[in-house]
Design a protein around this ligand. Structure first.
Ligand code: SF4
Length: 72
């Protein structure tokens, strides 16, 4: 099986609040009070496709396994 130790987060600056991730992976993400998505289960996000769950690249890995930080 693949590594399931990744921790996912939603980059709130990239999230457009489209709701796509919470529709296709309701156990992994949900819409937050601010209208953006939030990760409620990294393991479920992983099952749902990980960063590919967001077509806008707002879902990111935060523990370095697939980090794509763009803060230089
Ligand atoms: S799919 Fe991406 S842009 Fe849409 S709500 Fe989820 S994290 Fe935000």
């Amino acid at each position: 099986m693949e590594n399931t130790n990744k921790t996912y987060k939603v980059n709130k600056e990239k999230c457009l609040g489209c709701g796509s991730c919470s529709l296709s992976c309701p156990e992994g993400t949900e819409m937050d009070a601010d209208g953006k998505a939030k990760v409620i289960s990294s393991a479920k996000v992983e099952e749902c496709g990980g960063i590919d769950l967001c077509p806008y690249g707002a879902i990111e890995v935060e523990n370095g396994v697939e980090a794509e930080e763009t803060e230089d």
